[in-house]
Design a protein around this ligand. Structure first.
Ligand SMILES: [Fe+2]
Length: 362
């Protein structure tokens, strides 16, 4: 390791046997896969008594309540690489849709339905990720009210490399589902409207036939589905894996990671079970809580979201260390979006956020 230096009291393995009475901070570059130092503090860096300015850690209470208009995608955070939206759909899309600005990734928080696309149909249910390539014509049909997270990306959603884990790690390719050719189910209507989004504006095209009219297709551009419940987490009983080990989709300047249920690290090896304190200085960090008991943070429920901007520390809440000591398993599921460049909260975000979240470490 080039230029590696050490000084004073430290642990030989990161996150393991942290010196008694000290608190470990990870000061890392490039998210969790760049150069890194660990600092051993006398006080947790989140033990502030006041915080003023833009860098407050931010939180949304469960987002699918009355504060959210139904049947509409509400942007909540954005930068030039991605837009994070949430939607509560109680009825099907009114029109066919084609996004000419962004590739799209749906995460189904709740609900069932079907996406009919020019490539065929994909049923969806709770826990599904659906990748929709830019330019695909499709329509979403709701069976039961559907709570959705939709990430729009300026670049394609790609697989992370598996490296030394080999191609069958994390999930086997056999769990991916892609559509078989099928026509749109709506037939014999007078007209069919297709909305195309380009530069944020909508162009509406009317056809006298259902635009989902393909009799066949071939190639490597098509929508596909992956369930978060099919993800096999990378883990070690002796080392708390960094979030980057849980990467599900790689895009230009951001990643999407999935945290899924797993056994916790083994107490007898002195391993830290809760996330270490960090200010991932090169990335903004967004976490959407899908299901389970989020024991490292107080008062976080399913459907909530946290936003930790670059430059300010975050880490477990005070009660989490205690709660984690004897816990052997975590049942939590969450989706993380880490962005290289700062995200801007939208007006809706600012209006609905829990303004006191930053006090939750005090
Ligand atoms: Fe974090």
């Amino acid at each position: 390791m080039e230029n590696f230096k050490a000084s004073g009291i430290y642990s030989k393995q990161a996150h393991v046997h942290i010196p008694e009475g000290l608190y470990e901070e990870e000061h890392g570059r490039k998210g969790f896969f760049g150069k890194v130092s660990h600092i051993y503090h006398e006080h947790p860096p989140v033990n502030w008594t006041n915080l003023e300015g833009d860098l407050k850690p931010q939180q949304q209470p469960p987002m699918f309540g009355d504060q959210l208009n139904v049947n509409y995608f509400q942007p909540i955070l954005r930068n030039k690489d991605c837009v994070i939206n949430i939607g509560h759909y109680t009825v099907s899309f009114e029109c066919f849709f084609r996004n000419a600005d962004f590739d799209e990734l749906y995460f189904i928080h709740e609900g069932t339905g079907r996406i009919e696309s020019i490539y065929g149909h994909l049923d969806y249910k709770r826990g599904d990720y659906i990748v929709m390539p830019r330019g695909t014509t499709y329509k979403l049909f709701v069976d039961t009210p559907s709570k959705l997270l939709k990430i729009e990306s300026a670049s394609e959603f790609e697989d992370p490399t598996r490296g030394i884990l080999g191609p069958n790690a994390i999930y086997d390719q056999t769990v991916l589902e892609s559509p078989e050719v099928a026509k749109g189910s709506e037939q014999n209507l007078q007209e069919y409207k297709l909305e195309i989004k380009r530069l944020g504006k909508i162009t509406t095209v009317t056809y006298p036939f259902n635009p989902l009219d393909a009799h066949g297709w071939k190639g490597s551009v098509y929508p596909y589905k992956l369930s978060i419940y099919d993800i096999c987490p990378v883990m070690s009983h002796r080392y708390h894996m960094p979030p980057s080990a849980h990467t599900t989709f790689l895009c230009q300047n951001f990643v999407v990671c999935s945290f899924v249920e797993r056994p916790l690290e083994d107490k007898k090896h002195g391993v830290l079970k809760v996330p270490f304190y960090h200010s991932n200085i090169d990335y903004d960090e967004v976490l959407f809580y899908h299901q389970g008991n989020f024991f490292s943070r107080d008062n976080i429920d399913a459907g909530a979201l946290t936003f930790h901007p670059q430059g300010i520390h975050h880490g477990p809440h005070p009660k989490a260390f205690k709660a984690g000591t004897d816990k052997e398993y975590t049942d939590e599921y969450a989706v993380m979006i880490d962005t290289r460049y700062p995200l801007e909260p939208t007006e809706w975000f600012t209006k609905n956020e829990n303004k006191d979240y930053w006090k939750s470490w005090m």
